[in-house]
Structure formats: C-alpha cells, structure tokens
Design a binder for this molecule. Structure first.
Ligand SMILES: NC(=O)c1ccc[n+]([C@@H]2O[C@H](COP(=O)([O-])OP(=O)(O)OC[C@H]3O[C@@H](n4cnc5c(N)ncnc54)[C@H](OP(=O)(O)O)[C@@H]3O)[C@@H](O)[C@H]2O)c1
Length: 300
C-alpha cells in the first residue's frame, strides 16, 4: 500500500489530481492537504482523508506528512515567498519519512534568456533543493494552462478580437485536467523515480492562430490586433483583474511571444495514453458552453 498526499487539495490542480487518482488507487490510500479542510468536504465525502496544513507552518507539515510515502507538491502561489514555502514542504517531507516528491515547475526552455518573475528562479530553487534532499523526486513540468488562453488573448477574444502585444511565438498550452491526470499516473505507477517530464499540450498556437481558430469555431471574423503593453494591461484591468495580476499576465504573454513554451516531447500523451486536449477542442467547448448560457438567460 502506497499512501499518496496531494497538497493544494482545495485548488484546481490539487483537487483534479486527487479526483483522477481515485480512478487509479483506493480512496483510503489518498490524502489531501488543505489550509482549511472544510473547503475540501467534497473530497472527504469520496473517502479521501483531508489533513490540515499550511506551507508556512513547518511543524504542522511534518505532522501532516506522517505515514505518507509520496507527496505531490502543488506549486505555491506567485508573489507569496514561494522559496520558504517549498523549502518547508521538502524539509517536512524528509523529516516525516516521505520517500518521493512530485513537483510541477513551469517549463523553462534550455538556453532561453526568458525569466518569468517569481516563477523561473523559484522553480530552479526547488529543483536544487530536491536534488540535494536525499528524497526521490519526479518533475512534471507544466506549460501555460489552456484554461487561461482566452485571458492571455485579451479577455473576451470572441467578442473583441484577439488583442495581445505583437508577436508570432507559439505556446503548447495544456488543460489542467490533462495535467492532473498525468500527475495521477506518475503518483500511482512505479517507474517514475527521478523522471523529468515536459508536459507540453499542443499543437502549439500563436495569438494569430487563436484568432483563426475562433473564426472557424464561431463562423464570424475574429481578428488579431496587436496592442501596446500598456493597453494590454489596461484592458485586463478593465475586465476586473488587479493591476499586478494584469502585469503578471503580460509577462506570460512575453514568454509566449518569445517561444518559451513552444515545444513537443510527447511526454503528456505517453503518460495519458491518448492525445491531450487541443486549443481548438478547448475553445470549441468553451464557446458552446457560453452559447448555452446565453440561450438559457434569454429564455429566463
Ligand atoms: N501553468 C500555468 O499556466 C499556471 C498558471 C498560474 C499558476 N500556476 C501555478 O500552479 C499552481 C496551481 O494552480 P491552481 O490553478 O490549482 O491554483 P489554485 O486553484 O489557486 O490553487 C492553489 C492551491 O494552493 C493552496 N495554497 C495556497 N497557499 C498555501 C499555503 N500557504 N499552504 C498550503 N496551501 C496553500 C490553496 O489553498 P487555499 O484554498 O487555502 O487558498 C489552493 O489549494 C499555482 O499555485 C501556481 O503556482 C500555473
């Protein structure tokens, strides 16, 4: 019996990873870590034990990790002293006798000069700590999430056109669901010790490609308009994003335009045993869901 703990159980990726693990391991071998366990009541109802823990509370983490064999460390939120939090998790895992940590850095292209603030260096820090920790580790590197593709494209690209800073770089976005399923495979199977996977989705698309896909899906012309960096941030702020978050999105877009996430390894497809969700499939489903919503609002 291997006891697997997933942190961030109340968030998107952690919750989805536990959900996909339920298809591959008995519920009583699974544990979720949450700052507020009540927020994970749905997972507890499925038989998953929820333990309380905060990345900033090192002693609490050691208690939460007792009896655990493998930990999936969901990366800490940017701009919240990620190094301290990640280091606490790694140290607590070691102290509690955990054998194996799985971590999800953002893909950094070899030789690339691009640095995502609060992410690239902090992920490197985790990798260094894991390598010197004595723990078994596996790296499941993430591209940008498909779920964010419309925000990168300016917010409501179907209505306003794709509006992003000029560039023709492409990114191989992947959906959170596919990434979580890949995590579940790595956590529940043998043979992934010291594995280093780059979970590109694909096919990689540029902002002009997104406009073309939206045009095909909607049957109406969706143009790509290059906007200045200032206007890009302003349009995201006008949609309700706090200015620092909009500025952070701009950095991701710079990475897309620099080709930082344009790659292909086949790792995600191999782990899933099927093709990952494509941008066209994602955008088509998202368009259909919005049409349904509009229709039901119209009908009252
Ligand atoms: N690949 C990408 O495109 C991309 C984009 C953005 C972010 N990311 C990274 O991916 C991570 C997961 O994404 P997501 O969508 O699942 O994020 P999310 O929904 O915001 O989930 C974050 C999880 O981390 C937990 N958490 C935050 N601070 C914590 C702390 N001090 N101690 C313990 N747990 C803490 C949160 O708990 P609460 O419910 O208590 O807040 C939540 O469960 C993010 O945190 C970020 O590092 C990736």
């Amino acid at each position: 019996m291997t006891k697997i703990l997933v942190t961030g159980a109340t968030g998107n990726i952690g919750r989805l990873t536990l959900d996909r693990l339920l298809n591959r391991a008995p519920a009583n071998d699974l544990v979720g870590l949450a700052r507020e366990p009540a927020k994970a009541a749905d997972l507890a109802a499925k038989g998953i034990e929820i333990r309380q823990g905060d990345y900033f509370d090192d002693e609490g983490l050691v208690r939460a990790f007792k009896g655990i064999d493998k930990v999936m460390m969901v990366s800490a939120t940017a701009f919240t002293d990620r190094n301290t939090q990640h280091e606490n998790v790694i140290n607590a895992a070691w102290q509690a006798g955990v054998q194996h940590i799985v971590y999800m850095p953002i893909i950094h292209k070899a030789g690339s000069a691009f640095r995502l603030p609060q992410v690239t260096e902090e992920d490197r820090f985790v990798e260094d700590r894991l390598k010197s920790s004595g723990l078994i580790y596996t790296l499941v590197r993430h591209p940008p999430f498909l779920e964010t593709i419309e925000t990168y494209a300016g917010g409501h690209p179907l209505e306003t056109g794709v509006r992003a800073p000029a560039g023709s770089g492409k990114a191989a976005y992947a959906s959170r669901e596919d990434l979580a399923e890949a995590h579940a495979v790595v956590l529940s199977e043998d043979g992934h010790a010291y594995g280093d996977y780059a979970l590109y989705g694909g096919p990689a698309v540029s902002f002009a490609d997104i406009a073309r896909i939206l045009t095909e899906i909607s049957g109406k012309p969706v143009p790509f308009r290059a906007v200045s960096e200032q206007d890009y941030v302003a349009q995201l702020v006008s949609l309700g994003l706090p200015e620092p978050a909009a500025g952070f999105m701009l950095k991701w877009v710079e990475g897309v335009n620099a080709g930082e996430w344009d790659g292909e390894t086949g790792d995600l497809e191999k782990l899933l045993g099927r093709k990952p969700k494509t941008p066209t499939e994602f955008l088509r489903a998202s368009h259909a869901a919005r049409q349904l919503e509009t229709e039901s609002l119209r009908r009252g």
